[in-house]
Design a protein around this ligand. Structure first.
Ligand SMILES: Cc1ncc(C[n+]2csc(CCOP(=O)(O)OP(=O)(O)O)c2C)c(N)n1
Ligand SMILES: [Mg+2]
Length: 367
């Protein structure tokens, strides 16, 4: 690389305003740098977002029925969750967080297997190899390092595999994120960092999280192209991710994408967001709803009529009903499983804990 290339910081800089293709009222806003997804892709994005939102509402309801221990809702973030997933190729891998159940389902994982973690039964209820989805990560930013290690390994093996890691605005302050960004840039790893800036890290607003003009700037210092995109515009997110996948696949290295969106619900069902933010702020974001905007756009262009809309809604409803029914059974767990699969050979301490637990259960003494 020449000195001129190294110092051409503008190449790495994000735009001042988030890139977008469809405005909040559904109007087309073409961008010469961003190809508009084909009509069939727009329809798939719409349909998957409707299903995703219905899944999300169902999961929240399951917490109220005692069927789930906890659920972090992604309502309002459907464009980031779905727009990114539908832009991945089958061989690519996803490294999601606790917030991204909707994305994991959209990738093809059985929703009951997805919710096994949040039901508290198993750390990961699905086979990561089947759909190329790593276990959902609860420790913030740990998955950024997993993705870079994975992407680097794929590159060493000569495989054409891109790793997409999802993280939140809060996770960008973690040391792990910075180590991951640096290694990915230096190694030119095929990794996409998609920061879903939903405005909050639990109760901490973005203004207390960073002094940077935008989170996308965090890629610049590491020498990584950084893109700022409207995170409520599924078409734009899809286009940006597709471009970044193509770059990574061509050996041009990682991209940092900041998708500006909003966490419409509380952090989880265990949080009360009314304690730290105004209703007016939430209302303002509701006018930028990702599903309503794409729906308006598709209807205006004659790509979606009432019958198709009803069919998509009915399918989402049926999926939610099936999920509700399948989650409405008591699972039988073997407490001894807790100790299995921790190490190939269990340690002495682990063996003794397992023996203590089984003795306690056998004695019927649960004090
Ligand atoms: C390493 C680590 N520190 C702290 C926490 C506790 N924690 C869970 S979620 C969260 C906020 C994360 O905010 P953000 O990254 O913006 O993601 P969001 O929940 O908004 O999707 C915190 C601090 C954690 N899970 N992991
Ligand atoms: Mg956040």
């Amino acid at each position: 690389m020449t000195t001129t290339e190294r110092t051409a910081a503008s190449f790495f800089l994000p735009s001042d305003e988030p890139l977008g293709l469809i405005t909040a009222d559904g109007t087309l806003a073409p961008d010469p740098a961003l190809p508009m997804p084909a009509d069939d892709v727009l329809l798939r994005l719409y349909s998957a977002m409707v299903s995703g939102r219905r899944f999300d509402t169902q999961a929240t309801a399951l917490t109220k029925q005692g069927r789930l221990a906890v659920y972090p809702s992604a309502r309002g973030q459907e464009a980031g969750e779905i727009g990114s997933i539908l832009a991945l190729r089958p061989q690519d891998w996803l490294f999601p967080t606790y917030r991204d159940s909707m994305a994991v389902v959209a990738r093809g994982v059985d929703p009951v297997e997805v919710l096994t973690l949040l039901r508290g039964d198993w750390h990961c209820g699905y086979d990561p190899n089947r759909t190329h989805v790593a276990p959902q990560c609860t420790p913030l930013a740990t998955n950024t390092l997993h993705a870079v290690g994975f992407g680097h390994a794929a590159k060493l093996k000569g495989e054409d595999t891109v790793a997409l890691v999802l993280l939140g605005d809060g996770a960008t302050s973690e040391g792990d994120t910075h180590e991951a960004l640096n290694f990915a840039a230096v190694w030119k790893s095929p990794v996409l960092f998609l920061v879903q800036n939903n405005g909050y890290a639990i109760s901490v607003p973005l203004a207390k999280q960073t002094a940077a003009p935008s989170l996308a700037y965090k890629g610049v210092g590491y020498g990584m192209p950084s893109v700022l995109v409207d995170g409520n515009d599924a078409a734009a997110v899809h286009a940006v991710v597709e471009q970044a996948v193509a770059r990574a696949s061509a050996g041009e290295g990682p991209t940092l994408i900041e998708a500006v969106t909003y966490r419409v619900e509380s952090h989880t069902n265990a949080d009360d967001a009314t304690r730290y933010r105004d209703r007016a702020e939430v209302e303002a974001w509701l006018t930028r709803d990702p599903i309503a905007r794409l729906e308006r756009h598709l209807v205006d262009r004659g790509l979606l009529d009432d019958a198709a809309r009803e069919e998509i809604a009915a399918r989402a409803e049926a999926e939610a009903a099936a999920l509700r029914e399948r989650m409405n059974v008591d699972t039988v767990l073997d407490p001894a499983e807790l100790f299995r699969h921790v190490y190939a050979e269990p340690t002495a301490a682990l063996r003794s804990q397992a023996e203590n637990l089984s003795a306690e259960i056998a004695s019927g003494d649960d004090e």
